[in-house]
Design a protein around this ligand. Structure first.
Ligand code: GLA
Length: 390
């Protein structure tokens, strides 16, 4: 993959300089779904699915993006950065737009990129593109941006330019993720802790449904609003409540009658999910993957019944997975309405798990799934020369 990007760069970008090579990963989230924008807790990790970028400065204010996998390109000028109708350039344009808004001295550049993060699968290919490019520009033009600002700038690119009101989880783990660890992130303070997750006998397996996440962005915004409605109602009796992070189950139950039943369900899910992340971290610290896996299943039930962001396909996959022995936990991952499930599977059982789930999913539905056995790896980094040529 690296060589393919380098080759395309050599063919298409005329310049003498060798490009800066950057690797930017996708992510999983073990537990803590739809909690980031509620100032709660999440437990993601960067994985070994990557976007590879070759980037070089140009002598003028033009930028030239080449998407190797799509065989498409986009040319523009720093003087007039506008949204493209063509989707993918906006993740890069959004980063340029944000850098210009802050006043960072960037110049034109050429970017060739491609990779193996499945698109629309809930593995955050968009954050990988934004953060990888922000990281590359920072290196290329020596901008001195610190890691947290890279994260926040990339999130603003997605919120303001792309127009998706995501939380901070995906961008944060893309930059701060660490090999063999999951990242317990407090989305209020942005403090994080690395929690070891390095058992060779347990694999993280992703099962991707064919269903594209059509509803994801509109329903995502609806869920955000519903949480805000819940917070506003509770603030009338509890002025100290700033977000669902400040709410516990007792408080919620006590004021149940003030809340519309749908709003109540949404809030209850978030409050319970935050608690599950904290308890799940304790499980991991004790090495109790069984208990952790059980919490993943409870998280799925909450996402299905109370937060209502699952789908029949995701539910079927989780049900199938939990019927296979050696599966410690399974749940839908990411925004929902499609994408993939995340499964913790004992290593000797992985092959059997994959066969059973593929077969039993295919028989009634006629649909197939993609399966990825993933490893946790570090966040975005430069690819240094020696490694490029191996
Ligand atoms: C998407 C968003 C994240 C997060 C998840 C749900 O991946 O980009 O910020 O809200 O959905 O947990």
């Amino acid at each position: 993959m690296i060589r393919r990007i380098q080759q395309l760069f050599a063919e298409r970008v005329h310049g003498t300089e060798r490009p800066l090579m950057v690797r930017s990963p996708g992510r999983v989230n073990l537990i803590g779904e739809h909690t980031d924008y509620n100032e709660g807790f999440v437990l993601p990790a960067a994985i070994d699915k990557n976007i590879i970028m070759a980037v070089t400065p140009l002598n003028d204010s033009r930028f030239h993006f080449i998407a190797a996998d799509l065989n498409q390109e986009y040319v523009g000028d720093l003087a007039s950065v506008k949204k493209s109708p063509n989707g993918w350039p906006n993740y890069l344009l959004g980063v340029i737009d944000q850098m210009q808004k802050v006043g960072y001295p960037i110049r034109g550049c050429a970017v060739v990129f491609g990779g193996n993060i499945p698109i629309g699968a809930g593995i955050s290919s968009s954050a990988a593109l934004e953060c990888g490019f922000a990281y590359a520009l920072n290196e290329l033009f020596d901008l001195g941006i610190d890691n947290l600002e890279l994260v926040q700038l990339s999130q603003r690119a997605e919120n303001q330019f792309v127009g998706v009101h995501c939380g901070i989880m995906d961008q944060f783990v893309n930059i701060f993720g660490r090999d063999r660890n999951v990242l317990k992130l407090d989305c209020r303070s942005l403090e994080y802790e690395l929690v070891p997750f390095s058992r060779d006998d347990i694999e993280i397996v992703l099962c991707e449904t064919e269903v594209r996440r059509a509803l994801a962005s509109s329903e995502y915004n609806v869920r955000r609003q519903q949480c805000e409605v819940g917070v506003k109602a509770l603030q009338r009796v509890k002025p100290g409540v700033r977000s669902l992070r400040d709410v516990n189950l007792d408080m919620l139950r006590e004021h149940r009658t003030m809340l519309d039943p749908i709003i109540y369900k949404r809030c209850e899910y978030v409050v319970r999910e935050n608690a599950r992340v904290l308890q799940g971290c304790e499980d991991l610290q004790r090495g109790d993957f069984r208990s952790f896996g059980q919490r993943m299943v409870e998280s799925h039930e909450g996402l299905r019944d109370d937060y209502q962001v699952s789908s029949t396909e995701l539910d079927a996959l989780v049900e199938l997975a939990t019927s296979v022995s050696g599966v410690l936990g399974a749940r839908m991952m990411g925004a929902g309405f499609g994408g993939c499930t995340i499964n913790l599977v004992e290593e000797p059982r992985v092959r059997e798990f994959v066969d059973v789930v593929r077969d039993r999913y295919h028989q009634p539905t006629g649909k197939s799934i993609n399966v990825y056995v993933t490893r946790i790896q570090s966040g975005t980094s430069k690819l240094i020369d020696e490694r490029i040529h191996v």
